[in-house]
Design a protein around this ligand. Structure first.
Ligand code: ATP
Ligand code: MG
Length: 327
């Protein structure tokens, strides 16, 4: 088991080690009661997300990624362990996070403007902006996500990509301490998805966003993440992490370049091992490997990658790899 503080000092957080911890998940486990039986879903997960970090999470279906995000949002309660945002315990009704779901969660009967302003109008009256302030904020958000001029449209009058951008604006409207994204682009075609990934990277750069992104798309996880955390299943736990030392906004060149391909390849290989079962997942080297020699764990190109054996930063973590842009 990882010591509660290990994730605050580990090598993987080196990029933003000066920044304060926004989301702190400490030794969190979660079981669901099904047919009079407690089914463990997450086992002792620890994760510290610092201000300005984008943490991508990938892992096999059913390993508990959505459950983890729902706990960060206060929609599920951990069975054990502690979860704080900006030092405050997360509980039902916490609104310090903005959530972007796989399917846009927009009210079909409201215009985009009303949808984006919805969270603002739920605020207690003292914190609620005036109508003029609200309109100003909504216009800025529409501009930010490239939907200027579409404020009066209803969701069904927009394309899927536009709806997801509106959904993003809606999540950002409440100035969340952390943005939570659960497979936000998975319903979109490949080109739209890539465009939106670049738009999101620009947005991260201009807003200094702190975010957790769950995705099945490993290239997306790498393109957007400052770190990519690989989870294993049965029960869900963090296995390893890959640090991507490339500043936002990330370019189309990076999106289609060799470095992203190389990191994705490594993560995909680790994911395949995790999917093959606990025994092979426990070893970053697969068959014949062991924890003693993690330097063999990834394909190595000294010009573009550096690699560090893990100070166990995450529970169950076996490997920590850092990548930096060439030159
Ligand atoms: N409310 C619930 N009651 C019982 N079991 C649940 C509940 N919510 C989730 N689970 C179980 O928890 C496990 C993890 O579910 P979760 O949705 O977090 O997985 P995931 O990693 O997001 O999967 P996917 O990649 O397919 O979206 C699954 O086995 C699921 O059946
Ligand atoms: Mg899920």
């Amino acid at each position: 088991m990882t010591s509660p503080n290990a994730n605050h000092n580990g090598a993987g957080a080196h990029l933003t080690s000066e920044a304060h911890v926004v989301v702190d998940v400490r030794d969190v486990s979660k079981s669901f009661r099904v047919s009079n039986r407690d089914v463990p879903v997450l086992d002792d997960v620890s994760l510290a997300v610092r201000a300005g970090e984008i943490v991508s999470i990938v892992g096999p279906s059913g390993c508990g990624k959505t459950t983890l995000l729902r706990m960060v949002q206060g929609l599920e309660v951990p069975t054990s362990g502690e979860l704080t945002i900006e030092g405050r315990k997360v509980g039902p009704g916490s609104v310090s996070s903005g959530f972007v779901f796989q399917q846009p969660a927009l009210f079909p009967w409201f215009s985009l403007e009303r949808n984006i302003a919805f969270g603002l109008r739920l605020r207690a009256s003292k914190q609620r902006p005036t109508r003029a302030e609200e309109a100003d904020k909504v216009n800025k958000l529409l501009d930010l996500v490239g939907l200027t001029g579409f404020g009066a449209y209803r969701p069904h009058q927009l394309s899927g990509g536009m709806r997801q951008r509106a959904n993003l604006a809606r999540a950002l409207a409440i100035d969340p301490a952390v943005l939570l994204l659960d497979e936000p682009f998975s319903a979109l075609d490949a080109l739209t998805r890539e465009r939106l990934q670049r738009a999101l990277s620009h947005l991260f750069a201009s807003l200094h966003t702190t975010a957790i992104l769950v995705t099945h798309d490993i290239r997306e996880a790498v393109f957007l993440g400052s770190r990519v955390i690989l989870m294993g299943s049965s029960p869900g736990r963090a296995l390893s992490q890959f640090t991507v030392d490339v500043p936002h906004p990330r370019t189309e060149e990076f999106q289609h370049g060799a470095l992203l391909g190389e990191i994705s390849h490594d993560i995909y290989a680790a994911l395949r091992r995790a999917d093959a079962g606990p025994q092979s997942a426990a070893s970053p080297l697969g068959a014949g490997g062991g924890h003693d020699n993690p330097s063999l764990a990834v394909r190595h190109d000294a010009a573009t990658t550096t690699e560090q054996a893990l100070e166990p930063e995450l529970s169950g973590a076996t490997l920590d790899v850092a990548y930096a842009r060439k030159g």
